[in-house]
Structures are given as structure tokens and as C-alpha cells.
Design a protein around this ligand. Structure first.
Ligand code: UFG
Length: 302
């Protein structure tokens, strides 16, 4: 078959073929399935900024939902029925039940979270229609950190919204100040509490979930978090101590829509996947800083 010029294939450093394509093109997805033997799909491709989703919901519905329908349709046509979905703690909205178990009702508070709820609903309906599917829905809490080699990490597009890339940019003097959104919450020191998880632990959660899909059918939903909540000031203090740097910050008003506390009950993933997060907050702060220093020294393609 003739290659589609819109699908570029490169070999990664580890000899893994990498095909770059747009999931909004069903034709391009079909080509990849025709040209490769695929047993399971881990679906990460989505837009993920809460702020942007409020300003431009159509982008989120198109990018996160239409693309997923295309992908699932092609999978069905090719009889590939093992699927891992990147969901988010955003599906829980602002619940008072902490730690949050998977049984808590979903109530997304913004279009980004809503796309994740809809994605989960699609998968549920799909499984009801055909129980040969094997699906894992992974609800990520707050991923931070980078690979400990300092060679793999996230390059934020423009100004970051999330706490850790802002901290690393203040540490590297790319940014003058970190604004801490509120110190009057009912938490240990008044600042917001979240469940931060190292990206390498998160990646390992996916490996465990893939193994599960090969041993059973069904639709399984798991929180991927550590089960520990840390406040913004605890993150800043740990980052300063571990990396021996100063983070200049200023307390400002609360950010609209921020829940005071959000942390996982990760018991289900431990019991059913044999997975739990192993890396500490110190590891997360050290590896995030290491990655920021790598970013300073290389020019990355956009
Ligand atoms: N924060 C600040 N200053 C900043 C940025 C963040 O004080 O400049 C605080 C927030 O108020 C919050 C904490 O740092 O208390 C973490 O904020 P993030 O923006 O890093 O993360 P969120 O918890 O708001 O959001 C994350 C993901 C979303 C996901 C959500 C699910 O970024 O994609 O978790 O709960 F939807």
C-alpha cells in the first residue's frame, strides 16, 4: 500500500516506529492500523488546559471527543479491543469526599473535565454493547516530575498554568515570582492541597494496566495518585530544600474553580493492578528541577 504523506514515520532511539498523525483524520488512523500489528491502544492524545477549555470549549470537544470516536471506530473495525484511556481527577470536580475513591460521582466543573467524563461514558456504553472489550480508565491526579535521567519531560506550550513548571521557571529566573492562589483554605497552612504523582510512577501504572487488559475483559476504572496530599507551601519548601534554590512567591487571591483539597484513595489500583506510587515528593522536586535545567540547554522543536 502507498504511504500517506500526512503520516510520518520515524524510528525512535529504541528502534520503535513512531508514526505522527492527526486523530481527527480517520483515514490516517486506518492506515496505521493497516500497516502495523496492533494489540492494544493507550490513548494519550488530548488537549489538557482547564483555562483554555473554558475559553475555547469547541477545541476541546473536537480534539478530545471527535478524535476518540474516530480511534474507537477504527479499533472496532480492526477488531482491536484493548484500550487504555487517560482520564483525570478533573472528573470529580469539587467533591467534599476526601480521599476520593472511584465510587464518588463524577461532576466535572469545566469543559476539559467534561470531555473526560464523556470519554468515560463512551467507553462504558461501548463495553455494554460488546463485552469483548477490555478497557482501563486511568484517572490521573497531579502528575509532576520528569525522567530521572533529565532527558525526558514536558515542554509547556507558552505560559504554564500548573504549579510545578511555574516553580521551576521561578527557580531558573525565567519568571520573577510565583503567585500562590489563596492561603485561607481550611488546610494545613491555608494553601490548596493536591495529590502530586511522579510521571514515572504514572507511566508504570499504565504498564500494570496493560498487563491487566491481557488477562481479563471488562471496564476497570482506577485512580492513579499517591494517596498523600501536599499543600502549595509544602511543595515550595520541599523544592527549595531538595534543590538548594530560592522560590520567590506572593500570596494572592484564590483562583476561581480551585477545590481546596483533592487527593486520591489509590487502594483499588494497589489491590487489582498490584501498582502503587513509589517516588517521594523529594524525588518529584529533584527530577522537575533537573528537567528544567535540561530545557535551558537544548532547543526543542515546537
Ligand atoms: N497554584 C498556585 N499558583 C499557580 C498555579 C497553581 O498557587 O500559579 C496552586 C493551585 O491553586 C492548586 C495547586 O497549585 O492548589 C495545583 O494547581 P495546578 O494548576 O498545578 O493543578 P490543578 O490541581 O488545578 O489541576 C490539575 C490538572 C488538571 C486537572 C486537575 C484535576 O492541571 O488538568 O488537576 O484535579 F484537571
Amino acid at each position: 500500500m502507498k504511504k500517506n504523506p500526512k503520516v510520518s514515520v520515524i524510528m525512535s532511539e529504541y528502534n520503535t516506529p513512531v508514526e505522527k498523525l492527526d486523530l481527527l483524520s480517520k483515514f490516517d488512523i486506518q492506515q496505521v492500523f493497516q500497516q502495523n500489528e496492533i494489540d492494544a491502544v493507550l490513548h494519550f492524545a488530548a488537549s489538557k488546559s482547564v483555562n483554555e477549555s473554558v475559553k475555547n470549549p469547541l477545541k476541546y470537544y473536537k480534539n478530545n471527543i471527535s478524535s476518540m470516536v474516530n480511534l474507537l471506530e477504527v479499533m472496532k473495525d480492526f477488531n482491536v479491543k484493548k484500550f487504555i484511556f487517560s482520564s483525570s481527577a478533573a472528573v470529580y470536580g469539587s467533591t467534599a469526599q476526601q480521599p476520593i475513591s472511584e465510587l464518588v460521582d463524577t461532576q466535572a466543573m469545566n469543559p476539559y473535565g467534561q470531555t473526560k467524563v464523556i470519554g468515560e461514558d463512551f467507553l462504558n456504553d461501548l463495553y455494554i454493547s460488546d463485552n469483548e472489550w477490555s478497557i482501563a480508565v486511568l484517572r490521573y491526579f497531579n502528575p509532576i516530575g520528569a525522567h530521572e535521567s533529565g532527558l525526558l519531560g514536558e515542554q509547556p506550550n507558552g505560559t504554564p498554568n500548573n504549579l510545578m513548571p511555574l516553580i521551576t521557571q521561578v527557580a531558573s529566573k525565567k519568571r520573577r515570582l510565583l503567585y500562590v492562589f489563596g492561603n485561607d483554605y481550611n488546610t494545613i497552612d491555608g494553601t490548596g492541597v493536591r495529590d502530586y504523582i511522579h510521571v514515572v510512577d504514572l507511566a508504570k501504572g499504565h504498564v500494570s494496566a496493560v498487563q491487566k487488559l491481557f488477562s481479563t475483559h471488562g471496564l476497570h476504572t482506577y485512580n492513579l495518585g499517591t494517596g498523600e496530599g501536599y499543600s502549595v507551601l509544602e511543595i515550595i519548601n520541599t523544592f527549595e530544600k531538595v534543590n538548594n534554590v530560592d522560590i520567590a512567591y506572593k500570596i494572592v487571591d484564590r483562583r476561581a474553580g480551585d477545590p481546596p483539597i483533592c487527593f486520591a484513595n489509590p487502594t483499588k489500583a494497589k489491590e487489582e493492578l498490584g501498582w502503587s506510587a513509589e517516588r517521594t515528593l523529594e524525588d518529584m522536586c529533584r527530577d522537575s528541577w533537573q528537567w528544567e535545567k535540561t530545557l535551558e540547554n537544548i532547543i526543542l522543536p515546537n
